[in-house]
Ligand binder design. Structure first.
Ligand SMILES: [Zn+2]
Ligand SMILES: [Zn+2]
Length: 297
Protein backbone atom coordinates (compact mmCIF):
# COMPACT_ATOMS: atom_id res chain seq x y z
CA UNK A 1 0.00 0.00 0.00
CA UNK A 2 1.24 3.48 -0.78
CA UNK A 3 0.35 6.39 1.50
CA UNK A 4 1.40 9.79 0.19
CA UNK A 5 2.20 11.91 3.21
CA UNK A 6 2.51 15.62 2.36
CA UNK A 7 3.98 16.19 5.82
CA UNK A 8 7.18 14.25 5.20
CA UNK A 9 9.26 17.40 4.70
CA UNK A 10 10.56 18.81 7.98
CA UNK A 11 11.22 22.37 9.12
CA UNK A 12 9.41 24.86 11.33
CA UNK A 13 5.71 25.70 11.49
CA UNK A 14 4.90 29.14 10.09
CA UNK A 15 1.56 30.88 10.47
CA UNK A 16 -0.15 32.95 7.82
CA UNK A 17 -3.16 33.86 5.71
CA UNK A 18 -3.33 34.53 1.97
CA UNK A 19 -6.74 36.16 1.59
CA UNK A 20 -7.28 39.60 3.16
CA UNK A 21 -8.52 42.99 2.00
CA UNK A 22 -7.49 46.63 2.42
CA UNK A 23 -9.02 50.00 1.54
CA UNK A 24 -7.64 49.35 -1.93
CA UNK A 25 -10.88 47.40 -2.44
CA UNK A 26 -13.66 47.03 0.14
CA UNK A 27 -11.62 46.54 3.32
CA UNK A 28 -11.95 49.05 6.15
CA UNK A 29 -8.25 49.46 6.82
CA UNK A 30 -5.22 50.68 4.88
CA UNK A 31 -2.35 48.30 4.23
CA UNK A 32 -0.19 49.44 7.16
CA UNK A 33 -3.07 48.89 9.61
CA UNK A 34 -3.65 45.42 8.17
CA UNK A 35 0.03 44.64 8.76
CA UNK A 36 -0.43 45.64 12.41
CA UNK A 37 -3.62 43.59 12.76
CA UNK A 38 -1.58 40.58 11.73
CA UNK A 39 1.30 41.21 14.10
CA UNK A 40 2.98 37.93 14.98
CA UNK A 41 2.15 36.28 11.65
CA UNK A 42 5.06 34.79 9.73
CA UNK A 43 3.56 35.55 6.34
CA UNK A 44 0.61 37.44 4.90
CA UNK A 45 -1.09 37.76 1.53
CA UNK A 46 -3.13 40.79 0.52
CA UNK A 47 -5.80 39.98 -2.06
CA UNK A 48 -7.96 42.94 -2.97
CA UNK A 49 -10.84 42.50 -5.39
CA UNK A 50 -9.68 42.66 -9.00
CA UNK A 51 -6.47 44.51 -8.20
CA UNK A 52 -3.02 43.69 -6.94
CA UNK A 53 -2.06 45.77 -3.92
CA UNK A 54 1.68 46.38 -3.81
CA UNK A 55 3.42 45.71 -0.53
CA UNK A 56 4.97 48.92 0.76
CA UNK A 57 5.47 50.82 3.98
CA UNK A 58 6.50 49.67 7.41
CA UNK A 59 5.78 46.11 8.43
CA UNK A 60 7.05 43.50 10.83
CA UNK A 61 5.64 40.47 9.00
CA UNK A 62 8.72 38.81 7.48
CA UNK A 63 7.22 37.40 4.27
CA UNK A 64 4.41 38.94 2.23
CA UNK A 65 2.63 37.78 -0.89
CA UNK A 66 1.03 39.81 -3.62
CA UNK A 67 -2.34 38.35 -4.49
CA UNK A 68 -5.62 39.19 -6.16
CA UNK A 69 -9.18 38.00 -5.67
CA UNK A 70 -10.74 37.63 -9.10
CA UNK A 71 -14.27 38.66 -8.25
CA UNK A 72 -16.96 37.96 -10.80
CA UNK A 73 -20.61 38.20 -9.82
CA UNK A 74 -20.73 34.40 -9.67
CA UNK A 75 -17.47 33.10 -8.26
CA UNK A 76 -14.35 34.34 -6.53
CA UNK A 77 -10.86 32.98 -7.02
CA UNK A 78 -7.67 33.80 -5.14
CA UNK A 79 -4.43 34.04 -7.08
CA UNK A 80 -1.27 34.21 -5.00
CA UNK A 81 1.79 35.63 -6.77
CA UNK A 82 0.07 36.48 -10.07
CA UNK A 83 2.22 37.93 -12.86
CA UNK A 84 2.01 41.68 -13.60
CA UNK A 85 0.78 40.81 -17.09
CA UNK A 86 -2.46 39.52 -15.54
CA UNK A 87 -3.75 43.08 -15.40
CA UNK A 88 -3.37 43.63 -19.14
CA UNK A 89 -6.87 43.44 -20.64
CA UNK A 90 -8.08 42.20 -17.25
CA UNK A 91 -11.67 41.05 -16.96
CA UNK A 92 -13.28 39.37 -13.98
CA UNK A 93 -16.07 37.86 -16.08
CA UNK A 94 -16.66 34.30 -15.00
CA UNK A 95 -16.10 31.81 -17.73
CA UNK A 96 -14.11 28.65 -17.17
CA UNK A 97 -11.86 29.80 -20.00
CA UNK A 98 -11.13 33.21 -18.48
CA UNK A 99 -10.56 31.87 -14.98
CA UNK A 100 -8.47 29.00 -16.31
CA UNK A 101 -6.26 31.45 -18.19
CA UNK A 102 -5.59 33.29 -14.88
CA UNK A 103 -4.83 30.01 -13.12
CA UNK A 104 -2.30 29.02 -15.76
CA UNK A 105 -0.65 32.45 -15.88
CA UNK A 106 -0.25 32.42 -12.10
CA UNK A 107 1.06 28.88 -12.13
CA UNK A 108 3.63 29.85 -14.78
CA UNK A 109 4.69 32.72 -12.53
CA UNK A 110 5.39 30.34 -9.62
CA UNK A 111 2.19 31.20 -7.79
CA UNK A 112 -1.02 29.27 -7.17
CA UNK A 113 -4.82 29.49 -7.38
CA UNK A 114 -7.47 28.76 -4.74
CA UNK A 115 -11.25 28.65 -5.28
CA UNK A 116 -12.56 30.68 -2.35
CA UNK A 117 -15.70 30.62 -0.21
CA UNK A 118 -17.33 28.02 -2.49
CA UNK A 119 -20.41 27.75 -0.26
CA UNK A 120 -21.27 31.45 0.11
CA UNK A 121 -24.66 30.82 -1.48
CA UNK A 122 -26.11 34.25 -0.73
CA UNK A 123 -23.53 36.02 -2.92
CA UNK A 124 -20.52 34.51 -4.68
CA UNK A 125 -20.13 30.75 -4.66
CA UNK A 126 -18.96 27.82 -6.76
CA UNK A 127 -21.09 25.09 -8.31
CA UNK A 128 -19.40 21.74 -7.93
CA UNK A 129 -19.66 21.20 -11.70
CA UNK A 130 -17.71 24.39 -12.37
CA UNK A 131 -15.11 23.44 -9.76
CA UNK A 132 -14.65 20.10 -11.50
CA UNK A 133 -14.09 21.91 -14.81
CA UNK A 134 -11.21 23.94 -13.39
CA UNK A 135 -7.78 22.47 -13.93
CA UNK A 136 -4.46 23.11 -12.20
CA UNK A 137 -6.11 24.72 -9.17
CA UNK A 138 -4.03 24.11 -6.06
CA UNK A 139 -6.84 24.15 -3.56
CA UNK A 140 -10.14 25.39 -2.23
CA UNK A 141 -10.91 27.51 0.79
CA UNK A 142 -12.46 25.03 3.21
CA UNK A 143 -12.63 27.57 6.01
CA UNK A 144 -13.30 31.26 5.43
CA UNK A 145 -13.27 33.43 8.55
CA UNK A 146 -16.01 35.82 7.46
CA UNK A 147 -18.22 34.68 10.31
CA UNK A 148 -21.17 32.77 8.82
CA UNK A 149 -21.06 29.18 10.06
CA UNK A 150 -23.52 28.01 7.36
CA UNK A 151 -21.59 29.51 4.48
CA UNK A 152 -17.94 29.78 5.42
CA UNK A 153 -17.03 26.12 5.61
CA UNK A 154 -16.83 23.86 2.57
CA UNK A 155 -15.71 20.44 3.72
CA UNK A 156 -18.52 18.90 1.66
CA UNK A 157 -17.14 20.32 -1.58
CA UNK A 158 -13.60 19.36 -0.60
CA UNK A 159 -14.64 15.74 -0.04
CA UNK A 160 -16.57 15.78 -3.32
CA UNK A 161 -13.53 16.98 -5.27
CA UNK A 162 -11.15 14.60 -3.52
CA UNK A 163 -13.55 11.70 -4.05
CA UNK A 164 -13.69 12.59 -7.75
CA UNK A 165 -9.93 12.10 -7.81
CA UNK A 166 -8.88 15.75 -7.66
CA UNK A 167 -5.74 16.51 -5.70
CA UNK A 168 -6.70 19.79 -4.07
CA UNK A 169 -5.46 21.15 -0.78
CA UNK A 170 -7.67 22.82 1.82
CA UNK A 171 -6.96 26.43 2.79
CA UNK A 172 -8.07 28.53 5.74
CA UNK A 173 -8.15 32.31 5.43
CA UNK A 174 -9.79 35.20 7.21
CA UNK A 175 -10.93 37.08 4.10
CA UNK A 176 -10.71 39.99 6.55
CA UNK A 177 -12.54 43.18 5.62
CA UNK A 178 -13.69 44.71 8.89
CA UNK A 179 -12.60 44.97 12.49
CA UNK A 180 -12.85 41.63 14.32
CA UNK A 181 -12.33 39.36 11.33
CA UNK A 182 -8.60 39.02 11.81
CA UNK A 183 -6.86 35.87 13.05
CA UNK A 184 -9.88 33.57 12.87
CA UNK A 185 -8.56 31.01 10.37
CA UNK A 186 -5.08 30.52 9.03
CA UNK A 187 -2.59 28.10 7.51
CA UNK A 188 0.28 26.49 9.38
CA UNK A 189 3.04 25.76 6.90
CA UNK A 190 6.02 23.53 7.55
CA UNK A 191 8.95 25.26 5.86
CA UNK A 192 12.71 24.98 6.10
CA UNK A 193 12.92 28.74 6.56
CA UNK A 194 10.64 31.74 6.39
CA UNK A 195 11.04 32.78 2.78
CA UNK A 196 8.65 33.16 -0.14
CA UNK A 197 10.32 30.31 -1.98
CA UNK A 198 10.16 27.84 0.92
CA UNK A 199 6.58 28.69 1.84
CA UNK A 200 5.44 28.31 -1.77
CA UNK A 201 7.19 24.98 -2.09
CA UNK A 202 5.57 23.64 1.08
CA UNK A 203 2.14 24.97 0.17
CA UNK A 204 2.32 23.38 -3.26
CA UNK A 205 3.33 20.03 -1.81
CA UNK A 206 0.56 20.17 0.81
CA UNK A 207 2.86 20.49 3.79
CA UNK A 208 0.47 22.70 5.73
CA UNK A 209 -2.78 22.48 7.65
CA UNK A 210 -5.68 24.79 8.44
CA UNK A 211 -6.03 26.05 11.98
CA UNK A 212 -8.59 27.95 13.99
CA UNK A 213 -6.50 27.65 17.13
CA UNK A 214 -5.40 24.07 17.59
CA UNK A 215 -2.64 22.23 15.78
CA UNK A 216 -0.56 19.25 14.85
CA UNK A 217 3.04 18.79 15.91
CA UNK A 218 3.52 16.20 13.17
CA UNK A 219 1.66 13.78 10.93
CA UNK A 220 3.60 10.64 10.16
CA UNK A 221 3.17 7.34 8.37
CA UNK A 222 4.37 4.21 10.16
CA UNK A 223 3.67 0.66 8.92
CA UNK A 224 0.58 1.71 6.90
CA UNK A 225 -0.75 3.69 9.86
CA UNK A 226 -1.28 7.44 9.97
CA UNK A 227 0.07 8.76 13.26
CA UNK A 228 -1.10 12.21 14.31
CA UNK A 229 0.90 13.97 16.98
CA UNK A 230 -1.44 16.61 18.35
CA UNK A 231 -0.01 19.83 19.63
CA UNK A 232 1.00 18.86 23.10
CA UNK A 233 2.32 20.35 26.31
CA UNK A 234 1.57 20.07 30.00
CA UNK A 235 -1.47 22.36 29.81
CA UNK A 236 -2.93 21.07 26.54
CA UNK A 237 -2.51 17.46 27.67
CA UNK A 238 -5.09 18.06 30.42
CA UNK A 239 -7.75 19.02 27.86
CA UNK A 240 -10.13 16.70 26.03
CA UNK A 241 -9.61 16.16 22.26
CA UNK A 242 -11.86 14.94 19.43
CA UNK A 243 -10.01 13.54 16.46
CA UNK A 244 -11.84 12.31 13.34
CA UNK A 245 -10.32 10.51 10.37
CA UNK A 246 -12.33 11.05 7.16
CA UNK A 247 -12.12 9.10 3.90
CA UNK A 248 -13.74 9.05 0.47
CA UNK A 249 -17.11 10.83 0.26
CA UNK A 250 -16.52 12.26 3.73
CA UNK A 251 -17.04 8.86 5.34
CA UNK A 252 -15.94 8.72 8.97
CA UNK A 253 -13.23 6.09 9.23
CA UNK A 254 -12.45 6.47 12.90
CA UNK A 255 -13.01 8.76 15.85
CA UNK A 256 -10.53 8.97 18.68
CA UNK A 257 -11.28 11.02 21.76
CA UNK A 258 -9.83 11.61 25.17
CA UNK A 259 -7.13 13.56 26.95
CA UNK A 260 -4.75 12.33 24.31
CA UNK A 261 -1.71 13.75 22.56
CA UNK A 262 -1.70 11.25 19.70
CA UNK A 263 -4.19 9.49 17.45
CA UNK A 264 -3.46 6.63 15.09
CA UNK A 265 -5.39 5.20 12.16
CA UNK A 266 -4.45 1.90 10.53
CA UNK A 267 -5.07 2.20 6.79
CA UNK A 268 -6.87 -0.63 5.02
CA UNK A 269 -5.92 0.37 1.50
CA UNK A 270 -9.33 1.25 0.06
CA UNK A 271 -9.70 4.72 1.63
CA UNK A 272 -8.52 6.67 -1.46
CA UNK A 273 -7.61 9.47 0.95
CA UNK A 274 -7.56 10.13 4.66
CA UNK A 275 -7.83 13.57 6.21
CA UNK A 276 -7.85 14.46 9.88
CA UNK A 277 -9.85 16.99 11.88
CA UNK A 278 -8.78 17.60 15.48
CA UNK A 279 -10.75 19.66 17.99
CA UNK A 280 -9.63 20.78 21.38
CA UNK A 281 -12.19 21.09 24.15
CA UNK A 282 -13.40 24.66 23.73
CA UNK A 283 -13.68 24.44 19.97
CA UNK A 284 -10.22 25.26 18.65
CA UNK A 285 -9.56 23.14 15.59
CA UNK A 286 -6.96 21.90 13.13
CA UNK A 287 -7.66 20.31 9.73
CA UNK A 288 -5.03 18.28 7.92
CA UNK A 289 -4.53 17.89 4.21
CA UNK A 290 -5.50 14.54 2.68
CA UNK A 291 -3.03 11.70 2.67
CA UNK A 292 -3.68 9.77 -0.54
CA UNK A 293 -3.93 6.03 -0.07
CA UNK A 294 -3.74 3.44 -2.77
CA UNK A 295 -1.59 1.56 -5.16
CA UNK A 296 1.80 3.09 -5.97
CA UNK A 297 1.38 5.56 -8.85
ZN1 LIG B 1 -14.68 36.87 -2.11
ZN1 LIG C 1 -12.17 38.22 -0.18
Amino acid sequence: MEILNPYARTGEWLRGSFHNHTTNSDGWFPLETVYKMYGGYDFLGISDHDKVTKHEGEREIPTVFEAIEVSSRQTHMLLVKPPLSLMENYSNVFTIENYQRFVNMTDDNGGFAVLVHPNRYFSNYWNLDDMLKMDNVLGIEVYNGDGNPEYDIAFDKWDALLSAGRKVWGFGNDDSHVYGQEKRAWNMVMAKENSEEEILESIKSGNFYVSTGYGFDAIRVEDNAIVVDLRSNELLDKMYKYVTFFGKDGRVLQETTGRISQAKYQCKGDEQYVRVAAYLEGGYAAFSQPLFVGKPL
